[in-house]
Ligand binder design. Structure first.
Ligand code: ADP
Ligand code: MG
Length: 354
């Protein structure tokens, strides 16, 4: 769940989920406090009662022995039998608070998993077009000894499709994270439409740049709401148009309720999931798409679906695609290579298209 927080933030649904989770976490903390209190009270009461009854039986059997009603052997026997039964009963009683704690833990989990949408949030994303600029950007992750980015300079023009390639660990995703404002550069500056990323903040940046990653989120909701994310400013027609741009027309015609069909993470293929994630971005008035290895887990058909979507979008928005997929290079206006935290221009695209 925690991993998903930056992703929620990207569609400005952070406030919504922050309220969602904090009210539930508060409830769970209060419930746990009450439970701990009652467990302590219950435990003390049980030990007091058992010790008192142990002494009562001991005194009673000694008195009976003194009155010659029972023998000394009987006193030991009754005492042992009583202790034995009391221990058994004590063990059973001790299970009850644990059982209650288990049930409370389950309630805590279900209260988070089964959250109903309050419909309170206005998810607004006013995306505008513009250029992205990195100037002398250096970055080292907190606690890390080596630089993830060491002097990135790059200007991506509005409407361009730039593909970034590079070895694993070369810094491609770090570049995306800095662009999205998850981290501030140690040195240098990143500007989005002329605004410094550090001034804008990640939630505001999310209204300018739509990010799709390898792991897209599908909510248990209708296909329509998975695209609109309950943003009432996005009409049904806009959502449908975005879905069609993303090759989802066939999926919609297959679903008995069409756009209103409830979907879940398990009901879509990998390609369909990525297309819904792109449609979610396109339904907003966006001009910048940032895609980080979105095809790496996809089968051929799904890849084709995403490929066609990106090809159809060419020129209509700025696209930054981070990929290992050679086919996607053919869509690029420009290919940049990330190598050990530095970004270089490449003539790979002319090789591929030539
Ligand atoms: P790429 O996306 O090109 O595979 P990344 O940008 O994810 O590479 O990583 C660049 C470098 O930063 C790598 O050396 C990686 O180990 C390191 N790195 C990535 N994420 C973190 C993190 N959260 N904390 C510390 N180091 C990280
Ligand atoms: Mg990466």
């Amino acid at each position: 769940m925690i991993e998903m927080i930056p992703l929620f933030r990207l569609f400005s649904v952070m406030d919504h989920y922050r309220r969602y989770f904090s009210s539930n976490i508060d409830q769970n903390i209060n419930a746990n406090r009450a439970l701990n209190h009652s467990t302590i009270q219950f435990g003390s009461a049980i030990s007091t009662i058992s010790e008192m009854s142990r002494y009562t039986v001991l005194v009673a059997t000694i008195v009976l022995c003194a009155l010659k009603k029972i023998s000394l052997g009987d006193v030991v026997l009754y005492q042992s039998l009583f202790s034995f039964s009391l221990d058994g009963l004590g063990r059973i009683m001790n299970i009850l608070p644990n059982l209650e704690m288990g049930l409370e833990a389950m309630n805590s989990i279900y209260s988070v998993l089964g959250l109903e949408d309050t419909g309170e949030t206005k998810i607004t994303s006013h995306l505008t077009d513009g250029e992205l600029k990195f100037e002398g950007v250096h970055f080292t992750y907190p606690g890390s000894e080596s630089k993830a980015l060491s002097g990135v300079d790059c200007r991506i023009r509005s409407g361009e499709h730039v593909v970034i390639i590079g070895k694993n660990g070369s810094g491609k995703s770090t570049l995306a994270r800095l662009l999205l404002g998850f981290f501030a550069p140690d040195r240098g500056r990143i500007t989005i439409n002329g605004v410094l990323s550090t001034d804008a903040g990640s939630e505001a940046i999310a209204t300018k740049i739509a990010y799709v990653s390898q792991r897209s989120i599908i909510f248990r909701d209708s296909l329509l709401e998975n695209i609109r994310l309950r943003d009432e400013q996005i009409s049904r027609e806009q959502a449908l148009k975005a879905a069609e741009q993303c090759n989802l027309a066939r999926l919609i015609s297959r679903l008995s309720l069409g756009l209103d069909e409830p979907i879940s993470p398990l009901s879509l293929s990998g390609g369909e999931t990525q297309c819904v994630a792109i449609a979610r971005a396109l339904a907003r008035p966006l001009k910048t798409l940032l895609l980080d290895e979105i095809t790496s887990n996809l089968d051929l058909i799904s890849k084709k679906m995403v490929f066609n979507t990106l090809r159809n979008l060419h020129g209509s928005c700025t696209i930054v695609t981070i990929t290992h997929d050679m086919e996607l290079l053919t869509l690029a206006d420009r290919v940049l290579v990330m190598d050990e935290g530095k970004l270089h221009e490449s003539n790979l695209n002319s090789v591929v298209s030539g």
